[in-house]
Design a protein around this ligand. Sequence first.
Ligand code: I3S
Length: 130
Amino acid sequence: LKHLHRYQVQNLEKAGILNKTKVSENGKKVRKNWTQTWTVLHGGVLTFHKDPKSTATGYYLRSPQIVPEVTVDLKGATICWATKDKSSKKNVLELKTKNAVEFLIQYDTESIIVDWHRVLTDTIRQLVRS
Ligand code: I3S
């Protein structure tokens, strides 16, 4: 089990609390539903987990099998800063998946969202080459 823990930690590229909402699916706008989620970037896949309180880092690592609420394959996805018309919130990222699902990702602390932007951009770039 200890080995499993180490394996999980090494491959965990980034994790943290973010606000997210889906905005469209198959070109169709869906009603926003901003929720705070525990977000994990791992092996080119981004997952959103419900109830960040019960899924803080320790809990996630102890329960690597935990089923995410949403799984996003970043291969073929795009990430950019959302334009002002997309949301009244600050520090908003727009994530579009290859199969035409659009999410907004947001966090009030600029340094945190800037970090996520950098890591997501790098991950998507690497996946293009792979
Ligand atoms: O882009 P919208 O439709 O103005 O987004 C806002 C709404 O979804 C609103 O909820 P209602 O569906 O009850 O109107 C949300 O509470 C807002 O947070 C949404 O806008 P922001 O600007 O926060 O992304």
